[in-house]
Write a protein that binds this ligand. Structure first.
Ligand code: ATP
Length: 318
């Protein structure tokens, strides 16, 4: 392969820049021409390409977000739109593509591969919701952001003897809530996997209030219930003064953690190596610490396995 493009697509995640840098440097070291594609598949369709040299990705390894920008571009599901994107790629001789994003972006990468353009996906999403990889790029940074917030909430919650409910991201995968809840000793962790039973929440908090413990933390993932209404009902039922907080987009930003930078860098290198071997339709995964390429079609067909050990530990501390 003589010329590769790299783009970021879907929700941004800290560490995407480190992956772009690794892809770029690996290409340049191998004598492969490398283009950055702005604004995800939209930029691919519009021909928004920047030829990268050794200066292009300087000083970005430690910066959050994606300097190539990301976009949602549902039009890319239309084969005619993809054909136009391929024409733009052909104009500059771009033969293959690295796509950094979530499962939606993987679908686009698979479709392009089926049309003759080898694509490799890299999992860039804070939710850790991609099957068959231990971690996705951005998860560790977002987790640390949540833990910081919980530490701060714990200070005020314990000073005022309150119950604090924190809503975090992860609508299809509760890993952020589970890991953050364990890291901060939350009384309760509620995710789509643990299930939500309001009576149980209230009974647990009543039990907690009856002991010496005069404050409580509850971590819950988004889209389970209205946390402000839940706080009101908890306060009425338990007598605990209760406040709800929604952390929101703050979780997506910030300086990538060391762990995310290392993961992103290793995945970026592997993606270029696979394209060099003439492979496409694969995504990069971390499997028990090893960086491997797996078929996107298989990965997307799998249900993401919940880490049973961690969830059992959550229940043990309830
Ligand atoms: P996140 O997990 O952060 O939401 P994502 O990659 O899953 O990231 P999506 O918005 O689902 O985010 O997908 C990103 C982009 O991928 C879409 O805007 C669209 O351009 C492309 N895409 C998604 N699904 C398909 C598909 N079935 N065929 C072709 N392209 C697709």
């Amino acid at each position: 392969v003589k010329c590769i493009g790299v783009l970021t697509s879907g929700g941004d995640a800290p560490g995407m820049n480190a992956a772009i840098r690794a892809v770029t440097r690996t290409c340049l070291n191998k004598g492969i021409k490398i283009y950055g594609v702005r604004l995800g598949y939209k930029g691919l369709h519009d021909g928004e390409f920047i030829e990268f040299d050794s200066h292009s990705t300087r000083n970005i390894i430690n910066i959050g977000g994606t300097f190539l920008k990301s976009a949602r571009f549902p039009e890319f599901k239309d084969p005619e739109v993809r054909k136009e994107a391929i024409k733009q790629m052909q104009k500059v001789g771009m033969e293959a593509l690295v796509v950094i994003g979530g499962d939606g972006s993987y679908n686009g990468a698979l479709k392009l591969t089926e049309m003759g353009i080898n694509c490799i996906g890299i999992p860039g999403t804070i939710d850790n919701d991609i099957p068959d990889t231990d971690f996705t790029i951005g998860f560790d940074t977002a987790l640390n952001t949540i833990v910081d917030a919980l530490d701060k909430l714990r200070d005020t919650s314990s000073s005022h003897q309150r119950c604090t409910i924190l809503e975090v991201m992860g609508r299809r995968c509760g890993d952020l809530a589970v890991h953050a809840g364990l890291a901060d000793g939350a009384e309760m962790i509620i995710t789509s996997e643990t299930g939500f039973n309001e009576e149980e929440v209230i009974e647990t908090l009543k039990r907690s209030k009856a002991t010496d413990k005069k404050h409580a933390l509850v971590v819950i993932t988004e889209h389970i219930t209205d946390v402000h209404q839940l706080a009101k009902r908890v306060e009425e039922a338990t007598g605990f003064e209760t406040r709800a907080n929604v952390l929101g987009h703050m979780q997506r930003g910030g300086r990538p953690s060391a762990k995310d930078r290392v993961l992103a860098t290793r995945m970026g290198i592997k993606a270029v190596e696979l394209l060099e071997e003439g492979k496409g339709g694969l995504c990069i995964s971390e499997v028990k610490g090893e960086i491997v390429g797996l078929p996107i079609q298989e990965v997307l067909g799998h249900k993401r396995e919940v880490d049973k050990g961690i969830y059992e530990d959550v229940l043990k501390l309830r």
